[in-house]
Design a protein around this ligand. Structure first.
Ligand SMILES: CC(C)(COP(=O)(O)OP(=O)(O)OC[C@H]1O[C@@H](n2cnc3c(N)ncnc32)[C@H](O)[C@@H]1OP(=O)(O)O)[C@@H](O)C(=O)NCCC(=O)NCCS
Length: 175
């Protein structure tokens, strides 16, 4: 593919300069076709354009959800971690994830998504590591999630275990 010239440095705490509203970046890439530098920034700012998020979720084929409920879910999440491609003054939402929590012991990760154009470059892993780091800084020790069957290995690569010590996730759905 060769789009990203350089992939993954260790997550940095360097602040974005100028007017960029992002707090950290972890990856710098160069579009080898144009020579333009593009940076990937991570952010915990939950002020996300819901239509842009919907577009991202559409791109991976997720069913649409009512935006008022998505807004509420974001407002009530413990940590919202987003990932942005920044080129000059332009920014684009290319990844998203969030975690709910009891703010003491447990957190559960939801809605992990990376835009298809940006998949397979280590960015999903970077986004998850960023989110986990934020949770660990809040002294959360028990992080759980519900993995679609086709992404179990992705999460295993980050240290998540299926059914540890035989524990089973259980669900209740309305009839
Ligand atoms: C799952 C998803 C977030 C992964 O993001 P990504 O940026 O493509 O993943 P990365 O490039 O960071 O991959 C990290 C590692 O996981 C592996 N991996 C990624 N997706 C995988 C998959 N579906 N199955 C198995 N392994 C996978 C990669 O090979 C890589 O392995 P390595 O560290 O040994 O090289 C992304 O594919 C996506 O958004 N999918 C659609 C939405 C979705 O299914 N979300 C999860 C809902 S539970």
């Amino acid at each position: 593919m060769g789009f990203w010239k350089s992939i993954f440095s260790t997550p940095s705490t360097t602040s974005a300069s100028g007017t960029l509203p992002f707090e950290e970046y972890a990856v710098i890439g160069v579009d080898t076709r144009t020579g333009t530098e593009a940076k990937i920034y991570f952010s915990t700012d939950r002020n996300i354009d819901l239509y842009e998020l919907e577009e991202l979720c559409d791109a991976v084929g997720w069913s649409r959800r009512p935006l008022r409920k998505v807004k509420k879910a974001i407002e009530h999440s413990f940590i919202v971690a987003s990932m942005w491609e920044v080129r000059g003054a332009r920014r684009r939402l290319v990844g998203f994830s969030r975690a709910t929590s009891d703010h003491a012991f447990n957190a559960t990760v939801w809605d992990v998504v990376v835009h298809p154009e940006f998949q397979g470059k280590g960015l999903g892993k970077g986004l998850m590591k960023y989110l986990i780091d934020k949770l660990r800084r809040q002294d959360i020790s028990n992080i759980t999630l519900f993995a679609d069957p086709q992404v179990v290995e992705f999460y295993q690569g980050l240290g998540f275990m299926s059914d540890p010590e035989g524990i089973k996730g259980m669900f209740w759905y309305p009839n």
